[in-house]
Ligand binder design. Sequence first.
Ligand SMILES: O=C(O)[C@H](O)[C@@H](O)[C@H](O)[C@H](O)COP(=O)(O)O
Length: 237
Amino acid sequence: MPDIDWPPTITPELGESADDVAARLADAVADRLEAALQSRDRASMAVSGGSTPRPFFEKLREKPLDWSRIDITLADERWVPTDSKDSNERLLRETLLQGAASGARFIGLKQRHDTANAGQPLAEEALSQMTWPLDVLVLGMGNDGHTASLFPDAPEIDRALEESLADRCMALHPASQPQPRLSLTRSALAGASWIALHLRGQDKMDTLETAIGDMNAVRDMPIRAFLSTGVSLFWSP
Ligand SMILES: O=C(O)[C@H](O)[C@@H](O)[C@H](O)[C@H](O)COP(=O)(O)O
């Protein structure tokens, strides 16, 4: 079911629990990573933070993969210390990067610098260690239609959405957010070989349907930049 032609008539499997969907997503991601490792020395993945992905991360880490050949980064990061409760890096270290999966190479976005703008060149350099395009990308979405940290109210959003931007990451300062963000750019994200959209709640489904209703206004709902590329929807009520 997961692969849906976009724009879809959304028909997620009704009645699936969040845990069921997290397990199905972990299976699909493991399959894609395994397939990538059949043809190349290393596989690369970017995942999103927030509250939705925790059960997914806890299931994915149990998969029997050759984690030492897998590079993992974040779709975005809040510019906070990596021991902050708001840190996506901390979330990943506490959930996914445990046990055998701790053997993966994690490329964090947060850098020593005080500001996201100052840290961006170092993050860009760190990201260049990975193989691109990404083999796997797991996106979330906010009810304003943001994904990663591509927020419609960020002054930098137009540049971050440029389809041919060379930079793989950018600092953004969305007025709606308490912290500056460092986000992968549209060009870095949209090139992924396989994109999953992991959502939970009717509010997110309503937002998704609004996004699909006017696919041209990408700046208003940046998730639209990815829906037309063909994403696999993993949604639970
Ligand atoms: O750093 C972040 O918060 C994420 O990368 C962000 O893009 C997230 O995916 C959405 O905001 C949904 O968050 P929830 O899963 O908490 O609803």
